[in-house]
Structures are given as structure tokens and as C-alpha cells.
Design a protein around this ligand. Structure first.
Ligand SMILES: NC(=O)C1=CN([C@@H]2O[C@H](COP(=O)(O)OP(=O)(O)OC[C@H]3O[C@@H](n4cnc5c(N)ncnc54)[C@H](O)[C@@H]3O)[C@@H](O)[C@H]2O)C=CC1
Ligand SMILES: O=C1[C@@H](O)[C@H](O)[C@@H](O)[C@H](O)[C@H]1O
Length: 323
């Protein structure tokens, strides 16, 4: 993801350039740096942030490494675009919130890129108009062709359903209050011991229900879909019907194979929005609070997955900085 964002800043985004690349794996850092014009490559994030020509930081290391990098960036008062998850758990997310509050202004945008996807934006707008009436249900499907090696059952929640935790709150403008995770018999194509698929039920403060099918070894491609069921109609996004062919007695289209293909335009808009806001001296988009709430929802989800039953989401009081 980091290599793709570096390419994006180098090739697509206006108003920014890649001035340093960091990876604990020196060879990877050097390879990416070479592809974006030969900037310095580092293995230590703090050392890279100390460079005079670093004005902003994009974090795309694994979630467990985000807290240290975020705190180092906030320490230098640098604007940050941090890939989801903000951090993998609420304790570390709260530490990040505290550090940002100390600065007294927002510095962190979290990489929930679906908020920049044109289809999700259209659905968000439609729901705001009230034309369909009150949303009652939200059906999400989230399918990956195959899980990366080493994936564990909790990662389906923390790494994948984190997106639905965020987009459900954003679409419905309601907090998620409880999570129940159901465990169907795993697919024969899932690695041994991986609970895949899972069926996640999210309850919201105003009584709507969102369900998420998360299936990370579906085999056939990458699909992210959402259907809002409202009092006066339904609206659905993510069918991917860009071009439909009719030939030899059949009709059909193609299925994206990964998130880079499906969401490439959303990532472009997300990073451009971050760069534009940074140049204006502002921070916009999903907040560190949104990242914290997603972590809290996922934490409840992982408890439901491991202990069974319905788990309520516990949230800290929302600090004034986050409105
Ligand atoms: N928004 C989206 O759709 C997606 C977001 N992501 C997010 O992007 C982040 C990275 O994910 P991937 O690229 O899939 O992981 P990856 O494992 O493919 O790459 C992570 C890289 O970070 C390096 N690294 C590990 N610890 C580090 C540290 N402390 N400091 C600097 N570099 C470190 C690794 O050597 C590796 O090169 C994660 O937060 C993930 O959740 C990933 C895929 C899609
Ligand atoms: O964020 C992402 C990955 O980390 C995650 O592994 C995938 O399931 C998601 O679809 C993708 O958007």
C-alpha cells in the first residue's frame, strides 16, 4: 500500500512530491525510493521525519506500527495521512487522540478511502436528502480473492470489517452500539484454522441494523458492495457494472481482483484531498476520533468472535476537538 501511495504522489497527485521513503526493510525502502525519483531511503521513521524537506507524513506500515509513527509525527506537528486502522486497539488509539489534543488542532486524516469513492459519496448524498426515508437496514458484502499469508481470524474484523465500521457510521450518521459475529462453517479454501467467512451484525443507536459478509478467500475476485434498505426504497452500490458484454449466448463483465484496482480513483481523491488541505494549513476527512471509534467497534467484534454472543461497544467521551 505504501509503495502504491508513493507512486500515486509521484505520478498522479499535484502539489506534493515524495521527499523520503521509510521501511524497516532497507531494500524495500530503496526500491520504492528509486521508483519515485531517487529520494533518500530510511529504515527509521523518526529519522526520516527529522529531514528538513519533510512537511507531511503518509503512514502505510502495518497497523501495529502506526502508534509510534503517529506520535513521532505529532511530536513534530506534522500533518499525517494514516492508513487504516488508526491503531489496532482502543488503548493505543486513545493515546494518539491525547497527543493530537495536546496540539489543540487536528493533524491526522485516517485512510478510510471509501468516503472518497464516487458510488459511496452518491449513496451518502441520497441518504442525506431523505428521499428514500429512514434507513432501516444496510447490507454490506466484502470479499477478497485470497487472504495474505499469516492471516488470523481476528484480522477479518480488525483489518477488513474496520472499513464497514467506518462507512456504516458515515452513511447512517449514527454510532454503532453493539456487534455480534456469527461463524458459518469455514470455506474449504480458507487456510487451516481461519474462520472465513464471518457474518457480522452491527446495531446502531437509532435502531438500524447493518450486516457484513466478510469473506477473504472467495477465490473469484474483490467485491465491496452496500445496499441501504429504507422506508421508501433501496439503493445499492458496488456492483461494478462498468461495461457489460453480450456474446456467444451469455452476458457479463469483469470483476476487480484487488482493492488497488477497485478503489484506485478513491485513493487518488483521498490523497489529493489530504495534500490540498495540508497546503491550506487544514486537516480534513476521517478524523483520529473516527479511527478510534472503528477500533472500538472492531474490539467488540473480536470479543464476539472469540467469546460468542452480542457485545456492546464502549466509547470514551468525544473530545471537543472532534466536534
Ligand atoms: N485502505 C486500504 O484499502 C488498504 C489499507 N491497507 C493498510 O495499509 C497498511 C499497510 O498494509 P500492507 O501494504 O498491506 O502491508 P505490507 O505488509 O504489505 O507492507 C508493510 C510494509 O511496512 C514495513 N514495515 C513494517 N514495520 C514497519 C515500521 N515500524 N516502520 C516502517 N515500515 C515498516 C514492512 O517492511 C513492509 O514493507 C496497513 O495499515 C493496512 O491496513 C492495506 C491494504 C489496503
Ligand atoms: O484495507 C484493506 C485490506 O487491508 C484488507 O485486508 C482488505 O480486506 C480490504 O478490502 C482492504 O481495503
Amino acid at each position: 500500500m505504501g509503495a502504491d501511495h508513493a507512486r500515486r504522489i509521484h505520478e498522479v497527485i499535484s502539489g506534493a512530491r515524495v521527499s523520503a521513503v521509510v521501511d524497516v526493510d532497507a531494500a524495500r525502502a530503496e526500491a520504492v525510493a528509486a521508483r519515485v525519483g531517487g529520494c533518500p531511503a530510511h529504515t527509521d521513521p523518526a529519522a526520516a521525519m527529522a529531514a528538513a524537506d519533510v512537511d507531511a507524513v503518509l503512514i502505510a506500515s502495518p497497523g501495529a506500527a502506526h502508534e509510534a509513527a503517529l506520535l513521532a509525527a505529532l511530536d513534530r506537528d506534522l500533518p499525517v495521512l494514516c492508513e487504516k486502522p488508526l491503531t489496532p486497539d482502543t488503548a493505543s488509539a486513545l493515546r494518539v487522540l491525547q497527543a493530537e489534543q495536546k496540539l489543540g488542532r487536528r493533524r491526522i486524516q485516517v485512510g478510510f478511502m471509501r468516503r472518497y469513492d464516487t458510488e459511496y459519496i452518491e449513496l451518502h448524498r441520497l441518504l442525506r436528502t431523505g428521499r428514500l426515508g429512514r434507513p432501516l437496514l444496510l447490507h454490506h458484502r466484502h470479499r477478497n480473492a485470497a487472504s495474505p499469508s499469516g492471516w488470523t481470524s481476528d484480522m477479518l474484523i480488525r483489518d477488513s470489517v474496520a472499513h464497514e465500521a467506518d462507512i456504516t457510521r458515515w452513511l447512517l450518521d449514527q454510532e454503532i452500539t453493539a456487534v455480534t459475529v456469527l461463524r458459518p462453517t469455514p470455506s474449504a479454501h480458507a487456510p487451516d484454522g481461519l474462520q472465513d467467512p464471518q457474518f457480522v451484525i452491527l446495531e446502531t443507536a437509532d435502531g438500524a441494523i447493518a450486516d457484513v459478509e466478510i469473506f477473504v478467500n472467495c477465490g473469484f475476485g474483490y467485491q465491496v458492495q452496500a445496499e441501504a434498505v429504507c422506508e421508501r426504497g433501496t439503493a445499492r452500490v458496488g456492483d461494478g457494472h462498468a461495461m457489460v458484454t453480450h456474446t456467444a449466448g451469455r452476458w457479463g463483465g469483469t470483476i476487480a481482483q484487488d482493492y488497488l484496482e477497485r478503489f484506485h480513483a478513491a485513493y487518488d481523491r483521498e490523497v489529493q484531498a489530504w495534500v490540498d488541505a495540508t497546503r491550506r494549513g487544514e486537516t480534513t476527512g476521517p478524523t483520529a476520533w473516527d479511527g478510534y471509534v472503528a477500533a472500538a467497534v472492531c474490539e467488540a467484534g473480536v470479543r464476539s468472535l472469540t467469546e460468542g454472543g452480542r457485545v456492546e461497544v464502549e466509547l470514551a467521551e468525544r473530545p471537543a476537538l472532534y466536534g
